[in-house]
Design a protein around this ligand. Structure first.
Ligand code: ADP
Ligand code: MG
Length: 678
């Protein structure tokens, strides 16, 4: 896919193949011309002047005005990269990758050379890189190795309005280092919201980029929609049949919804045959492979209509040209955390008015647009909050607290938060880290905690890895950790072959080993076939997810070396593996009730085993789980059977015998879910 322009190797995932130099060259010229049409272009000199005059600048501009792609280039052209890199953070990894690809294309360089990106478990940068897009979480981690960010001349915190946890923490750290790194330029950029607040916090002026905005007609439903996926699909087809040309953008809450919607849409349009013009369906979500992500940016052919099915990513992070119609079901998936119980779960929640406004705005970028809200006007005015609560106020802080402690920030109460987290949540995080032995009773980082902080993982998973040393199974545990980190996209279940897919999946569960061990078996079996793609097809396993797991595993193996843990293997001692898991996840335990539901052991709450679990039919008496997800019920995902006495053995400071003894004095017989291998 590579071609050569003026001696520069040129490869870009976002460009169509260009067999001849002249084609690629004119493409580059076209891109350069496009850059000049962006609203920010007229303000280039003023912006550079402002950056020169002020150390910190808050930049506000409509989505699509050119902030993310242009500002780093302007600064590079103005010579800032002679003194150090320009870093630009993004809340989402897809955005970091996609924007880096775009900018490398505009500059006519190979992605990963002068322009690169860095996301968790994937570093696409090199010695040459001067413009680096990265997730906010990655910059946070860079503080660990380089506390003054000495290699940077400019840091741009982009999409600041998103107020992700990492962005909020970066605010405090960057504000702090800016005081003694007077040569560091700090840009905080945001899509219109919250600018005053940033300006006050950083004591910095606001630089406004006037957007071009066209009127957007808002349509509400007359009555509430029971099934917003179905309503969205019907609306797409309605638009397609009755409205003038222009592409459609639909917001869904996640990959599963998008895949479902895509399938139904394909099915229904097929049914309509040639009665309608072509409808090009383009999904976009975090786990979508890069090649497919590019599809959303391809111009729509004459006579056809593109419909983009997107997560929140399209709200402000990515700009897709040509959108004229927006369908907004009014929901998004957000993390919520109950500091009282320490429970975290993902749930589908109504969006805020601010989000609804941003979504609608996506339709009026290049001409007048229309937004179809799948909720009532009453609901908009009365049920929706004005703004989304910043993540720092609704999440588990254990990871961030561990990072801050590693940076030597001990007194978290005095940390300069833009909005402080609830003190209860801070306390919970400290308690959890103490229970995991990452902190001592004075709240200081322990040697174990320091090792844990090396891993870019949730502290419970980091602890599991460090603990695997003791159980001589670090080899198995990093495979499991890698598989868990890939998310829920390992198994593939096509609609027309569900039975086959389910049978293939059950093969890995032979002996009711539990989901963690099943993941290990998938990984090991794949490895045994020499990472065969064919094997993945035969077993209904997503080869792409497996490759990602392999990459993650390789990195975890490297980190093991760094913290001086030997790679040890103990594949047949499943109890040892389960004990290592228990060392990290002893907070996540539940006990079966008479009716087949479960009760979490500490902070009792009713939960269920997720139907996709290999133990969903077995219902072992005691289980340990990886995470909770709230859909129709509060489900435990990735579940393994546990012996209650392990809890007392492994976490005696957290569990006493009375917690794990059966009610009544005598022990109840264990259920039929007893693992065969134990
Ligand atoms: P902002 O950050 O202000 O929202 P961007 O710099 O992201 O604006 O976008 C500027 C323009 O660049 C958009 O109009 C869009 O057309 C184009 N663009 C951005 N990213 C991509 C991409 N990955 N592929 C194609 N075009 C892109
Ligand atoms: Mg942007």
């Amino acid at each position: 896919k590579a071609s050569v322009i003026d001696g520069v190797e040129f490869e870009n995932k976002f460009l169509p193949e260009s067999p001849e130099d002249s084609i690629a060259k004119s493409e580059l010229e076209r891109l350069q011309a496009d850059r000049k049409t962006l609203p920010i272009y007229r303000l280039r000199d003023e912006l550079l002047q402002a950056v020169n005059d002020y150390q910190v600048l808050v930049i506000v501009g409509e989505t699509g005005s050119g902030k993310t792609t242009q500002i780093p280039q302007y600064l590079h052209e103005a010579g800032y990269t002679k003194r150090g890199k320009i870093g630009c953070t993004q809340p989402r990894r897809v955005a970091a990758m996609s924007v880096a690809a775009r900018v490398s294309q505009e500059m006519g360089v190979k992605l990963g050379h002068e322009v690169g990106y860095s996301i968790r478990f994937e570093d696409c940068t090199s010695e040459k890189t001067v413009i680096k897009y990265m997730t906010d979480g990655m910059l946070l981690r860079e503080f660990l190795g380089e506390p003054d960010l000495a290699s940077y001349s400019v840091v741009m915190v982009d999409e600041a309005h998103e107020r992700t946890l990492s962005t909020d923490i970066l605010f405090g750290l960057l504000k702090d280092i800016a005081r003694y790194r007077t040569d560091l330029k700090l840009l905080i950029s945001s899509a219109t919201l919250d600018a005053e607040k940033f300006s006050e916090y950083f004591d910095a002026p606001i630089f406004k980029i006037p957007g071009r905005r066209y009127p957007v007609e808002i349509h509400y439903t007359k009555s509430p929609e029971a099934d917003y996926i179905d309503a969205a699909i019907v609306t797409v087809l309605q638009i397609h049949v009755t409205q003038s040309p222009g592409d459609v953008l639909v917001f869904f809450t996640g990959q599963e919804e998008i895949e479902a919607a895509e399938e139904i849409l394909k099915h229904r349009t097929r049914g309509l045959g040639t009665k309608i013009s072509e409808l090009i369906i383009c999904p976009i979500y975090a786990n979508l492979p890069t090649e497919l992500q590019a599809k959303i940016f391809e111009p729509t052919p004459e006579g056809a209509r593109k419909v983009v099915l997107a997560t929140n990513i399209a709200e402000t992070s990515l700009t897709i040209d040509g959108i004229k119609y927006v369908i907004d079901p009014g929901f998004c998936k957000i993390k919520s955390y109950n500091p009282r119980t320490g429970m975290e779960s993902l749930l589908v929640t109504p969006i805020s008015k601010a989000s609804a406004l941003q979504r609608a705005g996506r339709s009026g970028r290049t001409g007048p647009g229309k937004c179809f809200r799948l909720y009532t006007a009453y609901s908009y005015h009365h049920d929706m909050d004005d703004n989304t609560v910043p993540e720092i106020q609704r999440t588990n802080l254990a990871n961030v607290v561990l990072t801050l402690k590693s940076l030597g920030i001990h007194n978290l109460v005095d940390f300069d938060f833009l909005d402080p987290p609830p003190s209860e949540a801070l306390l919970r995080a400290l308690e959890l880290l103490f229970a995991l032995s990452a902190l001592n009773s004075l709240g200081e980082l322990t040697k174990l905690g320091r090792r844990m902080a090396e891993f870019p993982l949730d502290p419970m998973l980091s602890k599991t890895i460090v603990a695997s040393d003791k159980y001589q199974c670090s080899d198995e545990i990093i495979s499991i950790a890698a598989m868990l980190s890939v998310g829920n996209s390992i198994f593939y279940r096509p609609k027309d072959k569900q039975v086959h897919a389910d049978n293939a999946r059950l093969n890995f569960h032979t002996g009711n080993v539990g989901d963690h061990i099943a993941l290990l078996k998938v990984y090991s079996s794949w490895k045994e076939t020499n990472f065969s793609t064919q094997w993945c097809y035969e077993n209904y396993i997503q080869v792409r997810s497996m490759k990602r797991a392999r990459d993650i595993r390789d990195q975890l193996q490297g980190l093991l070396e760094r913290v001086e843990i030997e790679l040890t293997s103990n594949p047949n001692d499943l109890d040892a593996i389960k004990k290592a898991i228990t060392s990290g996840f002893f907070h996540h335990t539940a006990k079966m009730q008479k009716n087949g539901s479960y009760r979490t052991v500490k902070n009792p709450q009713t939960v269920y085993i997720h139907p996709s679990s290999g133990l969903a039919q077995e219902l072992p008496r005691w289980v340990i789980y990886h995470e909770l997800v709230l859909t129709t019920k509060e489900y435990m995902r990735q579940v393994t059977e546990l012996k209650p006495e392990w809890l007392v053995e492994i976490a005696p400071h957290y569990y006493q015998m009375k917690d794990v003894e059966e009610s009544g004095s005598k022990k109840m017989p264990r259920g039929k879910g007893r693992a065969v291998m134990d």
